[in-house]
Design a protein around this ligand. Structure first.
Ligand code: APR
Length: 249
């Protein structure tokens, strides 16, 4: 089956690009089976609103519930595989310099071989102590063992509570994350915006900053988002990116 027709302008921009920056969102991982953040919650978690769980208030109020939710998400991501879109980006990085700035908290770009320079919203795999900040490596839990609540581990250094390494609503982005994203935009000659609704700031402002900086922007998203771009290509990540990379010779 032949892939989609690649818009000529997108192909020309990609063929000319020597330094590509990818700004990715949840849609990048959708075809890997990772639900986008605004997808309906499934199963055990269907009665909870993610935005209610991803907050410092929820963590303070019910750490066992929040910890179980993130461990469930981590076990789900660990069972998923990078999709053809992740792999196409890793392939593209063999013929052009490529950096990835992602809003995703999964590790699928890394597992496909991409260099992720910024996780704007942290990572499910970057736990740390809530008191002393010490980073913690934890084995992936067995999804079947995750019930409604799990006691978060205790820090071996200070007996504080270990928290998910993600950025909660109301929390600041990781120090330097936005500056690094801007540096990457200004150093690029093409920005690919893939699979983000552009609903969450400050990440949502990045495509506009690229356009203001005169860097061409190509958006890949099956749905309209209103994000500024030179090319809006209504395809999915796992279909569009391989088709585009195939044109790069
Ligand atoms: N390929 C490309 N794009 C897709 C695909 C796909 N297969 N499937 C869905 N999309 C698009 C949707 O059209 C939507 O625009 O991906 C976008 C997903 O939007 P959100 O779920 O809002 O995800 P995102 O933009 O990454 O959310 C930003 O908000 O919820 C917080 O911290 C969370 O990082 C997240 C941030």
């Amino acid at each position: 089956m032949s892939g989609p027709v690649v818009p000529q302008h997108a192909r020309e921009l990609a063929q000319a690009a020597r330094r590509v920056l990818v700004l990715s969102g949840a849609g990048m991982s959708a075809e890997s089976g990772v639900p986008t953040f605004r997808d309906a919650q499934t199963g055990l978690w269907h009665r909870y609103d993610p935005a209610e769980l991803a907050t410092p208030q929820a963590w303070a109020r019910d750490p066992g519930l929040v910890w179980a939710w993130y461990e469930w998400r981590r076990s789900l991501v660990a069972a998923c595989q990078p999709n053809a879109g992740h792999r196409a980006l890793a392939e593209w990085a063999r013929i052009a310099e490529m950096s990835v700035v992602t809003q995703n908290v999964d590790d699928l770009h890394e597992r496909a071989g991409s260099a992720v320079v910024v996780h704007l919203h942290g990572s499910l795999f970057a736990h740390r102590c809530d008191s002393c900040g010490a980073p913690v490596e934890l084995p992936v839990p067995d999804q079947a063992e995750i019930s409604g609540r799990l006691a978060p581990p205790v820090c071996v250094h200070c007996t504080g509570r270990i928290r998910p390494g993600v950025v909660w609503f109301g929390e600041a982005l990781p120090a330097g994350a936005l500056d690094e994203a801007m540096t990457q935009i200004e150093a690029s000659d093409l920005v690919m915006v893939v699979g983000t609704s552009g609903m969450v700031h400050p990440a949502a402002a990045l495509p506009g900053l690229a356009v203001s900086a005169g860097v061409p922007v190509v958006e890949i998203n099956p749905n309209p988002t209103g994000l500024p771009a030179d090319v809006h290509w209504p395809v999915t990540a796992a279909v569009g990116l391989p088709a585009l990379v195939d044109q790069l010779g």
